[in-house]
Write a protein that binds this ligand. Structure first.
Ligand SMILES: NC(=O)c1ccc[n+]([C@@H]2O[C@H](COP(=O)([O-])OP(=O)(O)OC[C@H]3O[C@@H](n4cnc5c(N)ncnc54)[C@H](O)[C@@H]3O)[C@@H](O)[C@H]2O)c1
Ligand SMILES: CC[C@@H](O)/C=C/C=C\C[C@@H](O)/C=C/C=C/C=C\[C@@H](O)CCCC(=O)O
Length: 273
């Protein structure tokens, strides 16, 4: 997809990878709606990007992605404001902490909802023009993560969701590509502190940072963004799972023949909003 003139929604765009994806799409001529629960940070980021790219190119919408009503309203506002929708980046995510249900809600349930909203607004069978959905999973969506089991479970779910909606069956109906990105640990605020508050948390932190150090350090946001732009541009990639690591850079998770999904699924088995 060429991004010039396109309209994108990015969740969790106030900082980190989401801000990186947003800036990259603006630089390629897209207009971007930034959704984030952090209102002050979101407004600050949006103001900075507006000064660089033009007020008409950005829109900040305060949005808790776990609130279905807020998400539905945000997507409606994007359509009203920009008149179209071409790209959805379900990026908002939280790291593992005490409240496992919140991790599940943000990292998986909201990504499912964001994917369904994207399909609802872009799918050709619903009068849309087709488009692209990129769901931000993690290498923890492909590998076990003993210090983040629930986090890893949500990211495994994001991979499965993206591969399933990225099958020829759905593309024939929707014209919407759906892919997942699986970066390893990158230099953003999601990283846990090196010094934890409890001995148990310190054990996990030590394992986390030992892994990072063993991998050659953290990925830079720019490395993840480069992979993102490659995935956006490559219209041959549907249902693809992009990996980004320090050792191998950007590549794709190989799957066997089963990657095309089950040969049969009646229309009424498909999820509704
Ligand atoms: N940084 C990494 O090491 C890494 C690696 C692989 C995958 N990821 C994934 O990339 C995505 C972005 O993470 P990041 O590293 O930029 O982290 P980050 O903490 O810097 O950014 C996450 C953003 O999501 C927003 N957010 C959190 N909960 C929200 C909610 N309920 N509603 C709306 N917005 C919400 C936050 O306010 C924040 O702006 C996440 O899904 C994360 O799991 C990160
Ligand atoms: C602790 C989980 C969560 O709270 C922290 C997330 C930190 C970074 C973002 C995450 O998506 C990156 C994950 C990268 C994982 C790479 C490989 C894993 O399998 C880790 C393997 C080593 C381990 O199990 O600790």
């Amino acid at each position: 997809m060429k991004l010039s003139g396109k309209v994108a929604v990015v969740t969790g765009a106030a900082q980190g990878l989401g801000r990186g994806f947003t800036e990259a799409m603006l630089q390629q001529g897209a207009k971007v709606a930034l959704l984030d629960i952090k209102v002050l940070d979101g407004r600050k980021t949006t103001k900075e990007l507006a000064s660089q790219h033009g007020q008409d190119k950005v829109l900040f919408l305060p949005c808790d992605v776990t609130d279905k009503g807020q998400m539905e309203s945000a997507f409606q506002q994007v359509l009203r404001h920009f008149g179209q929708l071409d790209v959805v980046v379900n990026n908002a995510g939280v790291s593992e902490h005490g409240n496992w249900e919140m991790v599940l809600d943000v990292n998986l349930r909201s990504v499912i909802h964001g994917t369904l909203l994207g399909l609802d607004h872009m799918s050709r069978e619903k009068g849309g023009a087709g488009g692209l959905i990129i769901n931000i999973a993690s290498m923890a969506g492909l590998l076990p993560m003993f210090h983040g089991p629930v986090y890893a479970a949500t990211k495994h779910g994001v991979v499965g969701l993206s591969r399933s909606y990225g099958t020829p069956f759905h593309f024939a109906l929707t014209g919407v590509r759906v892919c997942a990105m699986c970066p390893t640990m990158a230099d953003t605020p999601i990283q846990p502190p090196r010094v934890a508050s409890t001995p148990e948390e310190q054990l996990k932190a030590d394992a986390h940072w030992a892994y990072v150090d063993n991998q050659g350090g953290l990925l830079q946001v720019s490395e993840v963004v480069d992979g993102f732009l490659q995935l956006v541009a490559d219209d041959s990639k549907n249902g693809a799972v992009m990996r980004i690591t320090k050792q191998k850079g950007v590549d794709y998770q190989p799957y066997g023949g089963g990657g095309q999904g089950v040969p049969y699924a009646s229309r009424n088995t498909r999820s509704k909003l």
